[in-house]
Design a binder for this molecule. Structure first.
Ligand code: GLC
Length: 415
């Protein structure tokens, strides 16, 4: 880990925001591709993008109250529509009824709340006249050769570089740059990823750059999506910096009729599981066309925030532990503090392998109350109603009734 990435592993929890004219269609940010819309057909949403309730300061407060420490927003998604006042194109937010640079307001509001900021930028572009065909393109049913005739990715590249340059020049320090993504028919050559990476590094030397432009050598961050990692991801045998991004309901952009909400408890468990494997969680909201988080998203963030208020000590600054957690539990660790996250409440006792002689104190995190424990006594002769104690274990005695928090956590102070 380098000094550049210290804040990122410390902070652990961020907000992803997918917002663009697709919020007007309100059926997933891929609506243009799914419904095979031409730019003209899809572009009509621009005229109806009027987020009169947009209040980025409120978004920032909600993110912060949820315990999030950074946020990444879509500056441009695959539809090619720019959410800032770019000089490279007319296909931009200033030409909607919003009439102003919404990205700038977002940056200012999130910084004011003390959150770090990042931009998502799609290298895929379904609007640009020189962007060539691939299997996810809205016009994929057309003849590919005819479509590509006269198209020149060099010209698209110049445009894309100019846009990225604007984003990395006009908005102060950008903490994260999140490129998305390289379809099967394309490769690093289409984006000239080494040159793109060099430009990014030159303009924002401290930025954390993700890994979706087919150039892992230049990336900081591995980004599994909608996927709970089995273990800490590695590259060439080395553990990597990683962040999993997750939706609240299976869609990134606003998707009105999708009610497949993940429970806050599931998401809290996912956050814990991720940190227990050394990773970050970037949790997404898809604001509406009028500029608000959906009520379900707000409730979820609030519930997560309630848990984080008491338990963030087991998340911030924590990472994987070398100790092996008991069944149905996860460990996160920060130096001499080992946190036992109890995902499924057991009866009476929890046995901690190999910690005998190492624990000096145990307490619940939510109320600071002491939890009784002892080192196992392997010489104990068990009565015929109980079991022998295993050498090396620490045995915690826990209440029968599970504390009423989303996930109870016991903090173990190690010698
Ligand atoms: C994807 C999707 C996209 C979403 C993203 C988030 O690759 O194409 O719509 O923005 O992942 O990780």
């Amino acid at each position: 880990m380098t000094e550049r990435t210290t804040w990122f592993v410390q902070d652990r929890f961020g907000l992803f925001i997918h917002w663009g004219v697709y919020a007007v269609a309100a059926r997933h940010e891929w609506v243009q591709s799914r419904e095979k819309r031409s730019t003209d057909e899809y572009g009509r949403y621009m005229a109806h993008f009027d987020p009169d309730l947009y209040d980025p300061a409120a978004w920032a407060r909600e993110a912060k109250a949820a315990g999030m420490r950074y946020a990444v927003i879509t500056a441009k998604h695959h539809d090619g529509f720019a959410m800032w006042d770019t000089s490279t194109s007319d296909y931009k937010v200033t030409n909607t009824p919003a009439g102003r640079d919404l990205l700038r307001e977002w940056v200012d509001a999130f910084r004011a709340e003390g959150l770090r900021i990042g931009f998502y930028y799609s290298v895929i572009d379904w609007h640009h006249p020189h962007y060539t065909m691939d299997r996810v393109h809205p016009q994929r049913d057309e003849d590919w050769d005819a479509f590509n005739d006269g198209r020149d990715m060099t010209i698209y590249r110049e445009y894309m570089y100019a846009q990225v340059r604007e984003l990395l020049t006009n908005y102060g320090t950008v903490d994260v740059l999140w490129f998305d993504w390289t379809p099967p028919e394309k490769s690093a050559a289409d984006w000239d990823s080494p040159a793109l990476t060099a430009m990014v590094r030159e303009l924002q030397p401290h930025v954390i750059l993700n890994d979706r432009i087919d150039y892992p050598e230049g990336a900081d961050l591995v980004t599994p999506e909608e996927y709970q990692a089995k273990s800490w991801p590695t590259r060439n045998g080395e553990r990597v910096l990683w962040e999993t991004c997750q939706t609240l309901n299976g869609s990134w952009g606003y998707d009105r009729d999708n009610h497949n909400w993940k429970s806050p408890e599931l998401l809290i468990s996912l956050l814990i599981d991720t940190v227990s494997k050394g990773g970050n969680l970037l949790l997404n909201v898809g604001p509406t066309a009028r500029g608000e988080f959906q009520p379900e998203a707000r409730t979820t963030l609030e519930t997560i925030g309630n848990w984080m208020r008491q338990h963030s000590g087991a998340i911030y600054g924590c990472t994987a532990s070398d100790h092996t957690a008991p069944a149905d539990c996860r460990y996160t660790q920060n130096g001499s503090k080992l946190y036992l996250h109890i995902l499924n409440w057991p009866l009476g006792h929890i046995h901690l392998d190999g910690l005998a002689g190492q624990v000096t104190f145990a307490r619940f995190l939510h109320d600071g109350s002491e939890v009784a424990f002892k080192d196992a006594d392997p010489n104990l002769i068990p009565q015929n109603t109980d079991m022998p104690e295993e050498a090396g274990d620490v045995i915690l005695t826990i209440p029968t009734i599970r504390p009423s928090v989303a996930v109870p956590v016991i903090e173990l102070t190690l010698v």
